[in-house]
Design a protein around this ligand. Structure first.
Ligand SMILES: N[C@@H](Cc1ccccc1)C(=O)O
Length: 404
């Protein structure tokens, strides 16, 4: 029993950090270049703290309402009609905008590989990426599960190899930067916040570890510590190796993920690094894409009550993939833009709803959890709520072009 629990806990940490480490990570160096390395470290840490607190608050809410129940159930039971509305809309917005980001980023990577030799346009590359990776989702959940375990392990190996190769080329000069401007720092918050996102899977993890409730908190914390460590190392080499000039060119070219990989591989001679970076960044995108499109696929299948036969799955696949493909085709440079929108939905789903649920249960209904109580009392609820509002406010300011 103890061993089974241990293996499940480890597996759960893998699932959470695997979901978190994804496309957002490729966007981090691009925002870090504008904010400066040390300010970025501070922002990473604040985001990490809020993400962990929000996860623990979600845990408290979930255990109070019914262990393992969905966000939808929690919201409907505790918050009523308004809760229902937000619990339906926020996952849809989150999933669609993440998919759009992955397709734009994935298309840009495919373009790097085949664009020049086959003369395929970036648009065609987006479609190639969708058809190949979407096929797994269409076939079965099991195929996605097995494939993502394999891909995540290979990704971590490639990441370690790329780090070791790039480390000697880090120039400290690139890390000591500039006065901190508050505007880019504010703009960076939604992207960093999204890069830590894994909250959709919390109910499934609670269900999986049900016999071991006391340890779920630790698992959630570790699920965020792993991405934090990976992001710090990644930013250290990516911002340390590339000069400001390189980053300026990169943001002007609008190539996002693929461009970053090319610039980094140009710094250190030798094809090995190129290979490691490609494997790593392609897999980061692919693993997140698989996880998120699976989530959206299942969510839409139940929302629209499509059957689980080939025709039903085909219909679900269409509603899953067509809208984000259209976005990615219309805005090939929309990688970071789409991640920003995902942050609004994530702030609602991962912070605001759980905080409101726990707040109502604790204060209004004077409900006491025997099993678990998130740390920090009222203070952590208020801090998280404030941060969630800040993410949404910032994103709205960016959308109406009051912040750039
Ligand atoms: N953290 C993921 C995005 C994500 C957010 C929320 C839930 C699931 C995934 C990424 O960086 O790509």
């Amino acid at each position: 029993m103890i061993e089974l629990n241990q293996s499940r806990r480890l597996g759960s940490v893998f699932i959470l950090s695997g979901t978190a480490i994804g496309a957002g990570m490729l966007a981090l160096p691009l925002v870090s270049a504008q904010v400066g390395f040390w300010a970025m470290m501070g922002l990473l840490f604040i985001n990490f703290l809020v993400v962990v607190l929000a996860a623990l608050i979600t845990l408290e809410a979930n255990l109070l309402v019914e262990p393992g129940c969905s966000l939808y159930t929690m919201a409907v039971r505790v918050l009523g009609r308004w809760g229902r509305l937000f619990a339906i809309l926020s996952p849809l917005l989150l999933f669609y905008s993440l998919m759009a980001a992955y397709l734009a980023g994935g298309g840009s990577l495919v373009f790097q590989y085949f664009g020049h030799s086959t003369m395929a346009s970036p648009q065609v590359c987006v479609i190639i990426f969708t058809v190949f990776s979407g096929a797994f989702v269409y076939f079965s959940t099991r195929s996605v599960d097995l494939l993502s375990r394999l891909l995540f392990s290979v990704m971590m190996l490639a990441f370690a190899a790329a780090l070791i190769t790039l480390f000697p080329a880090v120039d400290e000069q690139n890390l000591v930067y500039h006065p901190i401007h508050w505007e880019p720092a504010l703009v960076a918050i939604p992207v960093i916040f999204t890069s830590f996102g894994f909250h959709g899977s919390i109910p499934s993890i609670i269900l999986y570890l049900k016999s071991d409730t006391r340890r779920i908190g630790t698992v959630l914390i570790l699920g965020a510590v792993v991405p934090l460590a990976v992001y710090i190392l990644w930013l250290l080499v990516a911002t340390g190796v590339l000069s400001d000039q390189a980053f300026i060119q990169l943001s002007e070219s609008g190539e996002s993920a693929g461009g970053l990989v090319r610039e980094l591989s140009d710094v250190v001679a030798g094809n090995q690094l190129k290979l490691f970076l490609h494997v790593f960044s392609d897999l980061a995108l692919l693993t997140s894409f698989l996880g998120v499109s699976l989530g959206l696929f299942d969510y839409l299948a139940s929302l629209l009550q499509r059957k689980n036969n080939w025709f039903g799955r085909l219909q679900t696949a269409f509603v899953t993939f067509i809208p984000p493909v259209i976005f990615a085709l219309c805005y090939p440079e929309g990688f970071i833009v789409a991640l920003g929108y995902a942050s609004v939905a994530l702030a609602i789903l991962a912070i605001l709803l759980p905080v409101l649920i726990v707040g109502k249960l604790r204060i209004v209904k004077k409900h006491q959890s025997e099993n678990y109580r998130a740390p920090g009392g009222k203070f952590s609820l208020i801090l998280c709520f404030f941060f969630g509002c800040l993410v949404i406010f910032t994103q709205i300011m960016i959308s109406i072009e009051l912040l750039a």
